[in-house]
Design a protein around this ligand. Structure first.
Ligand SMILES: *Cc1c(COP(=O)(O)O)cnc(C)c1O
Length: 419
């Protein structure tokens, strides 16, 4: 089984004439169509809104496309808030879901009217001190223990640093109400990259029941429930992708069974998806520059883990297509490597691929989220450009590649001295 790239070999060659590899390229059409499907899947909920997790793909052009599709942003740092503000997102299109938060960031989030999601009960006093308690406020919940769907353990919230305990969230709501808040939200993120139509519905049931309890216990008005991120994508070609319509209907069923009978049918559903919104619509495109035959067969490319860290960091699988060789038999076994002086700099290990030659162009799939964004400068490697394949087939550079001047920019004082 395989995955089909959104660019052909001919298109890639045309792009490379102007923008050398390696680069990340995003598919505008795919991004827009997917965002529309999400919106449709939750159209049954009047207040539904997706707050795109900026950390997944922090590029202003991407954020503006998503804004046109009705999305807001989810930020967790000053720079992400600033980028959202500069892209024209206004109150209440920005969610601030951070943790271990510095005072200045609460202050700035409050200034630009972002909805603040408190990760910890001690942040109530901090927020009150630095900018006062807003009328609309959200708290992040951590149920502890393990999180299962049916009998499968999906993750370990009890080991996660995020959110408040059950007891803390009640206390937090009561205290925030005393301090003037009148529109409450509940947020939780219990499992990452789920490829299961049951994740959101299962999480929704937990949060909807919690919402009913908290309303009864504390008397607050609950305006929204934020299901956060975690709906994933199949990185391997053998897995069925999530069906967002089935997911939307699963959440609707829980909503009708739990919230509607409790007189809470006016609650808005929010999401903060990152990976689901962008991962499949981004490729890392790289050229084969080297082959090496020692104890194994190595194919060296001009991208490295500094351009896409997931394989090195998590051993993550990213599917690979050798452009123009889509129909050739995968009868060779290769490690596809970058140039870092780190043996984990491998985009693929023991991967069955067609025979590869120097000069071949390779597409690394599903790099559109947590790809470029996790880039770094180890070994003096520079970040690549980001390109956008427009709906009309043209290509725009939406971030230039780093230069060595960028790499040295923070040494300007020192550099003058030794010059
Ligand atoms: C990372 C993150 C997201 C997005 O997660 P995905 O797995 O990319 O969907 C959403 N909300 C918060 C608070 C996050 O930290």
């Amino acid at each position: 089984m395989s995955k089909t790239p959104f660019i052909t070999k001919e298109k890639a060659e045309e792009i490379i004439n102007k923008y050398p590899t390696p680069f990340h390229i995003y598919d505008e059409k795919g991004i827009r169509e997917n965002a529309r499907r999400l919106k449709e899947a939750f159209a049954w909920n009047k207040g539904f809104k997706e707050y795109f997790a900026v950390k997944a793909t922090p590029n202003p052009t991407i954020l503006k496309i998503l804004k046109e599709e009705g999305c807001g942003t989810d930020c967790s740092s000053f720079a992400e808030l600033l980028m959202s503000k500069k892209c024209g997102f206004v109150n209440p299109e920005i969610m601030f879901s951070s943790n271990d938060t510095p005072e200045e960031e609460f202050k700035y989030a409050s200034e630009i009217g972002a909805i603040i999601n408190l990760d910890d009960i001690t942040h109530i006093d901090m927020l009150e001190k630095v900018c006062g308690i807003p009328e609309t406020i959200c708290c992040r919940y951590n149920p502890g223990g393990t999180f299962s769907i049916s009998t499968d353990i999906m993750d370990n919230p009890g080991d996660a640093k995020y959110g408040m305990t059950r007891e803390q969230i009640s206390k937090a709501f009561i205290r925030l109400k005393e301090l003037g808040a009148n529109n409450f939200g509940i947020h939780s993120f219990l499992a990452s990259n789920t490829v299961s139509n049951e994740y959101y519905p299962t999480l929704a049931r937990i949060l909807f029941k919690l919402a009913v309890e908290l309303k009864e216990e504390t008397g607050v008005h609950i305006g929204f429930i934020n299901l956060s991120g975690g709906v994933g994508v199949p990185y391997t070609p053998d897995k069925e992708p999530n069906d967002i319509y089935v997911i939307g209907q699963g959440v609707k069923k829980a909503f009708e069974e739990i919230l509607v009978p409790a007189g809470m049918g006016d609650v808005s559903i929010f999401t903060e998806l990152g990976r689901f919104m962008l991962a499949p619509y981004g490729h890392l495109v790289t050229t084969v520059v080297h082959e090496k035959h020692i104890y194994k067969e190595y194919i060296g490319v001009d991208a490295c883990a500094a351009n896409l860290m997931r394989p090195a960091m998590y051993g993550a699988y990213h599917h690979i297509t050798v452009l123009g060789k889509e129909n050739e038999p995968c009868d060779h076994v290769y490690d596809v490597t970058g140039s870092l002086c780190e043996n984990n700099d491998k985009f693929a290990i023991d991967r069955k691929l067609p025979k590869i030659d120097i000069g071949d162009i390779i597409v690394i799939h599903d790099a559109g989220a947590h790809g470029f964004a996790m880039g770094y400068n180890y070994n003096g490697r520079l970040r690549s450009a980001e390109l956008l394949l427009r709906e009309d087939g043209s290509v725009a550079e939406i971030r230039r590649a780093e230069t060595v001047e960028d790499y040295f920019a923070t040494l300007d004082n020192y550099w003058n001295v030794i010059d």
